[in-house]
Design a protein around this ligand. Structure first.
Ligand code: SF4
Length: 266
């Protein structure tokens, strides 16, 4: 269960708090042990790593969803974007959430190290238990793939859990190209290209167009009103408890043909 630590406002401080977590230390020890032989891993070691991948139970907008995510605080692409004026990453809820909730942050950190360093076989990734209350799941509710290795691992996780539909959100769409070209894009995946800049629809690279199901863009209210932007994300009334992903499901419905999904900035 995530533990709230008051006053923790930066990553180094969080790491001090996290040091005494038994599960975190065990996972870090496993990662340290296996990193030197990451390109030549035996199947038993792959199972040990898959078993160490954390699945988060989500709240708020994503109440009743479970997700596998990685740490934005460790992701150099996310950290660069967080400095760009106009980028949604400047106000990253995932970064503040990860800093406040130690249990969550520990899982995101070890997930980042495992999923970005070790290429795991699909039959191994198939053993990760992913709970679901509605037949759907989310990849990267808190971060983004930082490497092609991570994109391939996510593709294999989705493909090996065919009983669920996964929405995979990413601003780093090009990292998924190799994964989809080689592995094939799983039929149970909805790939959502997430626009990095507020009020600006991202340009999907030409070689990714065939893989992208939706482009998700966040707008501020003034811009949306001035430009007659149709806000169709179901969370636009944030304080109404009914307006959550589980009551909308636009991003999880394979039959939904709305290419552009637009959300208001909170
Ligand atoms: S469009 Fe619907 S499913 Fe997608 S993020 Fe918004 S509320 Fe969630």
């Amino acid at each position: 269960m995530a533990k709230f630590i008051q006053g923790v406002t930066n990553y180094d401080e969080w790491r001090d708090h996290a040091k005494d977590s038994k599960k975190y230390l065990e996972r870090m020890a496993l990662i340290s042990e296996l990193l030197p032989k990451k390109d030549n891993l035996g199947v038993i070691d792959q199972y040990r790593l898959a078993n160490a991948i954390a699945v988060s139970s989500l709240t708020g907008k994503l109440e009743d969803f479970y997700a596998i995510s990685t740490s934005v605080l460790m992701n150099p692409i996310c950290q660069c974007r967080a400095k760009v004026e106009g980028c949604i990453c400047k106000d990253c809820y995932a970064a503040s959430g990860a800093q406040r909730f130690v249990g969550l942050c520990q899982g995101l950190e070890t997930n980042y190290l495992i999923l970005n360093n070790f290429l795991l076989a699909e039959e191994v990734l198939a053993t990760i238990p992913i709970p679901s209350t509605n037949g759907a799941s989310r990849v990267e509710s808190h971060g983004d793939a930082a490497t092609e290795i991570c994109a391939i691992n996510y593709t294999r996780i989705v493909d090996s859990h065919k009983h669920l539909t996964f929405a995979v959100f990413s601003k780093n769409t090009s990292l998924y190209k190799e994964a989809f070209d080689v592995e094939g894009k799983p039929n149970n995946m909805v790939f959502v290209a997430s626009s990095p800049i507020v009020n600006e629809v991202m340009e999907v690279p030409a070689d990714m167009v065939k893989y992208v199901d939706h482009v998700f863009t966040v707008y501020d209210l003034e811009y949306a009103l001035a430009h007659n932007i149709h806000i169709n994300c179901g969370t636009w009334r944030a304080n109404d408890l009914d307006h959550r992903c589980k009551n909308c499901m636009r991003c999880y419905d394979k039959a939904n043909r709305e290419y552009y999904i637009n959300e208001l900035k909170k």
